[in-house]
Design a protein. Structure first.
Length: 517
C-alpha cells in the first residue's frame, strides 16, 4: 500500500497541506518507525527550498580538484542550484505529515533553542553550549532521521552550513559534509552532536573540506595505510602522523530500540563516517564505522564513549585499530554502511564488501574502490565484537542467486545487497534486505547502460529456509530501487526510488505486509 508520495501513474498519497506546486511532486523515502507512538519519520525533497554553489576567486581554494563551495542561508550561490531534503513526521499510515526543517530555525526566535556538544571518548559528557542567535537554515539538507527510544527526539544528518562542492551532495544518503544532530519532536530544540569541520587538522579554509592524504604538499604525512600491494585507501582524508583519518560526514545513523548502550540510561548509536572522498569509489570514497552512547544530559542529548575508525572483519570482528593495516596484510572493507538493530539490540545490521564473497570458491577478489559494488548484508555483535556474520553469502539452499551479468570472473563477485532490516519483534525473527540478484536482464556492472535495480528479499534470521524475493517493481519499471528501511512486525516500510547515478532522487514509501518467512 502506497502511503507517501507518487505511484507509477503519478497519483500521490497523503500530500500535506503545506506542500505547494513549487515544491515539486510530493515524495518521501527512508522511513523510520517508532512502535510506541505509531509514527514514522522520513525525508522529502523540497524543490522550493533552494541552495547553490559559489565559484571562488582564482587561487583561493587549495584543495585539489575543488572549484566551488556551498554556503547556506541568504548567502547561497547561483551555481548548481538544487532543492533541499527536509524531515517529515506522520502516523504509520502516512497521514498528518508535518515538516521539521522547512523554515529557518533561529535560536531565541519563536521558542527555538540551538545547542552544540562535542562527542566525548570518555563516559562523561562534554559541555552543552547554547548557540545564542545561531541559525539552522531551511536550505541545509536534513535527512535519514531515526527515533530515540523515548519518541521525543530524532537523530538525523544535517548538512554543514559551508562546505566544498555542491549543495546536492551534502546529505546523509551520500554521507558527505554532514554532521549528526538531535532534534526535538516538536522541532523547537536542535542539538549539534558532531562538528567535524572543527576537527580537521589539515583542511581548506575557503571551500571547507579536509585535504586528501595524497594531496601534496598539503598533507605532509601522506597516505598512512600500509600494504605491500597497491592500496585502495589512498583516498583517506589527511591526518597527522600515526593518527586515523578524520570524518567529513555521516551516513545512516542507527539507534537502538531500547536504552541498550554501555553508559547508564543510554541508547546505542552506530553510524558510518566518511573518512575519504574519491570519485573512483562506487560509494564515493571510504566509509568506516563510529559508535557512541547517546545520553540525555539535563534533558539534552549528548554522545559519550565515542569510538571511531571501526572496521570489523572476519579475522578481527572488534574492528579496532585496523585503519592503517598495522600488520601489512589485514583485510578491511572499503565501505561500511549501518542500517539498524535486532529486537534485543545485540546485533547491528550493516553492509560491507569486507567478506569479498563470490558464488564460486575458485574465484578470488580483493578490496578495491570497485569492490563496494559487491556488498553483503552482515550482522555484527557490537557489544562483544566477537562475531561478524555474512547473512547474504551465496548458498545453494538458502540464497542461490544467479550470477550478475558481467564477464567472468566479475560475474562471480555477487550482488549489491543493502539496505538490511532486522525484524523488530522477538516473535517474528526475519531479515529483509534489498538485492540486485535475479533481475531480468541481470545486473551488469560492466555495461555502459544501467541494468541496476534493487528488489526486496526476506529470509529467516537463522537461515533455516530459502530466501524469497517479495517485490517485482523492476519488471514494469526497470532501474528501480525497492528497499526496506523499517519493520512493524510482519509489515515492512519500503522506499521505492528511481536509480539515478550519483544522485539523491526523491521516492515513495509503501507499507508491505509479508508472510512469515
Amino acid at each position: 500500500m502506497l502511503i507517501i508520495g507518487p505511484d507509477a501513474n503519478g497519483s500521490v498519497a497523503n500530500q500535506p497541506a503545506d506542500w505547494t506546486p513549487a515544491a515539486g511532486v510530493w515524495n518521501g523515502k527512508g522511513a523510520s518507525f517508532h512502535a510506541a507512538s505509531r509514527q514514522i519519520a522520513f525525508e522529502s525533497l523540497r524543490e522550493d527550498i533552494r541552495g547553490g554553489s559559489i565559484e571562488p576567486a582564482a587561487g583561493t581554494i587549495q584543495a585539489t580538484g575543488v572549484t566551488r563551495y556551498f554556503v547556506s542561508g541568504p548567502g547561497t550561490g547561483t551555481l548548481d542550484v538544487s532543492g533541499t531534503t527536509v524531515i517529515y513526521v506522520a502516523d504509520d499510515q502516512g497521514k498528518g505529515a508535518r515538516c521539521i526543517g522547512c523554515v529557518d530555525i533561529v535560536d531565541g526566535q519563536a521558542g527555538a533553542e540551538i545547542y552544540r556538544v562535542q562527542p566525548n571518548g570518555s563516559a562523561a559528557s562534554s559541555a552543552i553550549v547554547r548557540q545564542a542567535g545561531a541559525a539552522v537554515h531551511a536550505n541545509r539538507n536534513k535527512d535519514l532521521p531515526v527515533w530515540h527510544p523515548n519518541g521525543q527526539w530524532l537523530i538525523a544528518a544535517i548538512e554543514m552550513p559551508r562546505h566544498a562542492l555542491t549543495h546536492h551532495i551534502g546529505n546523509g544518503e551520500i554521507g558527505l559534509f554532514t554532521d549528526l544532530w538531535a532534534i526535538s519532536i516538536d522541532g523547537r530544540v536542535w542539538v549539534q552532536l558532531t562538528d567535524f569541520a572543527a576537527n580537521w587538522p589539515f583542511g581548506d579554509p575557503v571551500a571547507v573540506t579536509p585535504f586528501a592524504c595524497a594531496d601534496t604538499p598539503n598533507c605532509a604525512a601522506g597516505c598512512q595505510y600500509r600494504a605491500a600491494a597497491v592500496s585502495p585507501f589512498d583516498a583517506y582524508s589527511c591526518s597527522a602522523p600515526g593518527a586515523p583519518p578524520p570524518a567529513s560526514g555521516i551516513m545512516r545513523p542507527a539507534l537502538s530500540h531500547a536504552l541498550s548502550g554501555t553508559a547508564p540510561n543510554s541508547a546505542k548509536l552506530i553510524f558510518a563516517e566518511r573518512v575519504g572522498l574519491s570519485p573512483t569509489y562506487v560509494w564515493g570514497g571510504v566509509l568506516q564505522l563510529a559508535a557512541a552512547d547517546l545520553i540525555l544530559q539535563n534533558g539534552l542529548p549528548a554522545l559519550v564513549n565515542y569510538e571511531r575508525n571501526l572496521t570489523p572483519s572476519p579475522a578481527s570482528p572488534s574492528g579496532r585499530g585496523l585503519w592503517s593495516n598495522p600488520g601489512g596484510n589485514t583485510v578491511i572493507g572499503a565501505g561500511y554502511e549501518t542500517w539498524g538493530f535486532s529486537p534485543d539490540d545485540s546485533l547491528l545490521a550493516l553492509a560491507s564488501d569486507v567478506f569479498l564473497s563470490t558464488s564460486s570458491p575458485s574465484v578470488m577478489r580483493s578490496v578495491s574502490p570497485g569492490s563496494q559494488a559487491f556488498v553483503d548484508a552482515l550482522t555484527w555483535s557490537w557489544r562483544s565484537g566477537s562475531t561478524l556474520t555474512n547473512v547474504t553469502a551465496f548458498d545453494t539452499l538458502v540464497y542461490p542467486y544467479a550470477d550478475n551479468g558481467a564477464p567472468s570472473p566479475v560475474s562471480k563477485y555477487g550482488h549489491w545487497e543493502e539496505p538490511i532490516v532486522l525484524s523488530n519483534t522477538t516473535s517474528r525473527q526475519y531479515i529483509a534486505f534489498a538485492s540486485s540478484a535475479n533481475l531480468s536482464p541481470p545486473w551488469n556492472p560492466a555495461a555502459s547502460a544501467s541494468t541496476f535495480g534493487l528488489e526486496t528479499w526476506v529470509m529467516r534470521a537463522d537461515r533455516s529456509a530459502p530466501a524469497q524475493k517479495i517485490t517485482r517493481f523492476n519488471e514494469s519499471r526497470p532501474n528501480t530501487n525497492a528497499y526496506p528501511t523499517a519493520a512493524d512486525g510482519s509489515t515492512l516500510f519500503l522506499s521505492v526510488v528511481p536509480q539515478i547515478a550519483g544522485g539523491n532522487p526523491p521516492g515513495a514509501i509503501y507499507r508491505l505486509l509479508i508472510a512469515e518467512p
